[in-house]
Design a protein around this ligand. Structure first.
Ligand SMILES: *Cc1c(COP(=O)(O)O)cnc(C)c1O
Length: 366
């Protein structure tokens, strides 16, 4: 069986280093808000090139806390509109609605699954105060036009960087392109913890300070509560593991690129639409390798019968989910089409070349 993602194998590569760190934290007697988190935050901030990084409990909280901070600081008000791609993972939308802000969905480009920056201007209203870009599947969503548009309309840009740690646009890392960014360290992400974890990077020191307080009961000083905050902290044990794995993220992303490049060079089946290579390979870290095919269930079954696990990211777009029943009437034809025909093939830094070749020949014989 070729697993969609072999997490055990991914983490066993660093077994000795991780086990030493786990033991160290276990024996230290200090499990929250300590040196492991501090070190990881420093190293993450340096890696991204951002002046501020704050460890939090998960990726959804990272995004929620960014909006919460903007509300507390008066940059946003309840009811303001946030433009967001219609084909994103539900967490991007939950972060907006949880703060009583209004998501305004924008259609993606079917060729790269990121939203069409040219289409954004058409949905801007006087209530629009922010754009959430999602570097979906690990691919940078950014352009000079986007920067110009945000400046012209005085919009904050929040990056959902859950899938794209390590990606770069013109020498700038995702997470340092917009005003603030949310990261997820869910085990299956390119930088994965042994459980949940997340982080925020942001340019503004006051926003960083506010998020740090909000994530710790709204408190800057113990038992003094400035905000009605939440409890959303990164565990010392997760920070320790992440700090080990952060050192290898560039090498891991390069291995993912090798797999993606091989798929693209060698899969020749007219039924299959492959993702496009970027002219600058740094703009994609291949969190997912997503193809399009009509009757995808048939291909999925064929691959499964031949020992290859695949997944769908994602089968139902947020506006068609029951949780958002009041958006169910909206129509986004490109988004809806994408959700019907996409299929994610296995990709990871620990895939063997023979596994990649098996998948390629299965697809070519399909
Ligand atoms: C994983 C993910 C999130 C949420 O991260 P969690 O750590 O699972 O809360 C948000 N947005 C996108 C695009 C994701 O892929």
């Amino acid at each position: 069986m070729i697993k969609f993602l072999d997490l055990q194998k991914i983490n066993l590569v660093h077994q000795q280093e991780i086990e030493e760190k786990l033991l160290h934290v276990f024996r230290s007697g200090w499990y929250l808000l300590g040196n492991e988190v501090k070190d990881f935050e420093t190293n993450l901030a340096n890696y991204i090139g951002s002046p501020n990084a704050i460890g939090v409990a998960n990726g959804l909280d990272a995004l929620r806390l960014i909006f919460r901070a903007y509300l507390e600081l008066g940059h946003l008000r309840v009811g303001d509109e946030v433009i967001v791609p219609a084909n994103t993972y539900i967490a991007s939308i939950l972060a907006i609605t949880d703060n009583r802000l209004k998501p305004v969905f924008a259609e993606p480009n079917i060729n790269n699954y990121n939203f069409d920056i040219a289409k954004i201007e058409g949905v801007i209203t006087p209530k629009t105060k922010a754009i959430m870009v999602v570097h979906l599947y690990g691919q940078v969503c950014w352009s000079e036009e986007l920067e110009t548009l945000a400046k012209k309309h005085n919009l904050k840009i929040i990056e959902d960087n859950a899938q794209a740690i390590g990606a770069e646009w013109k020498g700038i890392k995702t997470g340092n392109l917009g005003d603030a960014a949310g990261f997820s360290f869910y085990p299956g992400k390119n930088l994965g913890a042994l459980g949940d974890g997340g982080a925020v990077t942001c340019k503004d020191a006051l926003v960083a300070k506010t998020i740090r307080a909000l994530a710790n009961y709204g408190s800057e000083e113990k038992y003094v509560n400035k905000y009605q905050g939440l409890n959303s902290r990164l565990d010392e044990i997760q920070a320790a593991v992440l700090d080990v794995k952060l050192k290898y993220i560039d090498a891991d992303n390069d291995k993912r690129r090798k797999v993606a490049e091989k798929y693209i060079a060698e899969i020749h089946n007219p039924k299959v639409t492959l993702p496009l290579l970027r002219s600058d390979p740094k703009e994609h870290v291949w969190h997912l390798f997503v193809i399009r095919i009509e009757n995808r269930e048939r291909l999925q079954k064929y691959l499964d019968e031949n020992g290859v696990q695949t997944l769908i990211h994602y089968p139902i777009p947020p506006h068609k989910q029951k949780a958002y029943h009041y958006y169910n009437h909206l129509s986004f034809p490109i988004t809806e089409k994408i959700h019907e025909v996409i299929l994610s093939l296995p990709i990871s830094p620990v895939m063997e070349i023979e596994e990649v070749e098996t998948i390629i020949s299965l697809l070519n014989n399909y």
